[in-house]
Write a protein that binds this ligand. Structure first.
Ligand SMILES: NC(=O)c1ccc[n+]([C@@H]2O[C@H](COP(=O)([O-])OP(=O)(O)OC[C@H]3O[C@@H](n4cnc5c(N)ncnc54)[C@H](OP(=O)(O)O)[C@@H]3O)[C@@H](O)[C@H]2O)c1
Length: 271
């Protein structure tokens, strides 16, 4: 449970750090004054303070007073960040990392024994409160820590807990997934232009169709094949479209994309 007087330190107030800070304040998980943030450049301070959050010049200064420390810098700088805060953190504090490819063990080995650590993988729709986050429990974190992490990421969307062994796959699917979807949206909108629609109308039709189809699946809990069949009337239009997609190898192409991104996620933490 997250108590009213708790402080969260967000080390790395970038795209994800900011999305989480804004979501946490909006859902009243933390008050603005209890959200403490850091950035690499002092010139980024105004991005923090204009929201009413507290800015700290250094990571140890932010981490020292916090109950929960969120590591939200790029994967390549996480090692240095953990090293920096290692002298001020203790096992009463929870550390949550959102860095792609960085394992719980890699974080724990830089810290004192019994440090609670949770790894999370959100995605960019968190920026508008529609994120998908997977959280994984470290060896020294408790059920209460997992509930705290759940409350944090629920402020920006849906959350599920999975064993850490699935994190590279999660990174390849939902973590990187918005990029695939934007490419699909771009391509479908181009197709609309090709068949005579304006670009603006094509984009609206495409994005709302993806949103509606996703909501229909989530709300009915129906199998995608069944929902596909409902659109596909005998000798109708959709079956011709589907045939073209299968001939073009869309299914294989998307599977390959996730496999490649998963492999890359596995290499990120090792660099
Ligand atoms: N973007 C995604 O789709 C996504 C999805 C899931 C997970 N993630 C993970 O989220 C993390 C952040 O990604 P992002 O897209 O939010 O990156 P980002 O927008 O580039 O933000 C990184 C932030 O870290 C700050 N920073 C860099 N070094 C620092 C240091 N030593 N101390 C404190 N702050 C420091 C930067 O400061 P300045 O503002 O001064 O440059 C910047 O605000 C990554 O580890 C990534 O793997 C990202």
């Amino acid at each position: 449970m997250i108590k009213k007087d708790m402080i969260i330190a967000i080390c790395g107030f970038g795209k994800m750090g900011e999305a989480l800070a804004v979501g946490l304040r909006k859902k009243e998980v933390f008050a603005s004054g209890n959200i403490h943030c850091t950035t690499a450049r002092a010139s980024s301070e105004h991005r923090v303070t204009e929201h009413g959050f507290v800015y700290h010049k250094t990571n140890p200064e932010a981490a020292k007073e916090a109950d929960i420390i969120l590591l939200a810098t790029k994967p390549g700088t996480i090692g240095k960040l953990v090293q920096e805060i290692s002298t001020v953190v203790n096992n009463k504090q929870l550390i949550i990392s959102i860095a792609a490819g960085v394992t719980i063990a890699q974080i724990e080995e830089k810290l004192k024994d019994n440090q609670p650590v949770i790894r999370a993988m959100p995605n960019t729709p968190a920026l508008i409160g529609e994120g998908m986050t997977v959280i994984s429990k470290g060896g020294h974190s408790t059920t209460d820590h997992m509930q705290q992490a759940e409350s944090i990421f629920e402020s920006v969307g849906k959350v599920v807990a999975l064993d850490e062994k699935h994190m590279d796959a999660v990174t390849g699917l939902s973590g990187s997934g918005p990029a695939y979807v934007f490419l699909i949206i771009e391509a479908l909108a181009e197709a609309g232009v090709k068949v005579g629609l304006s670009r603006e109308i094509s984009l609206l039709l495409t994005a709302q169709t993806l949103l509606g189809a996703s909501k229909l699946l989530l709300e009915t809990n129906a199998h995608p094949a069944l929902l596909k069949d409902q659109v596909t009337t005998p000798a109708g239009t959709a079956i011709d479209g589907l045939l073209a997609l299968e001939q073009g190898g869309l299914r294989t192409c998307l599977i390959n994309a996730v496999v490649k991104a998963t492999e890359r996620a596995g290499k990120l933490g090792k660099n």
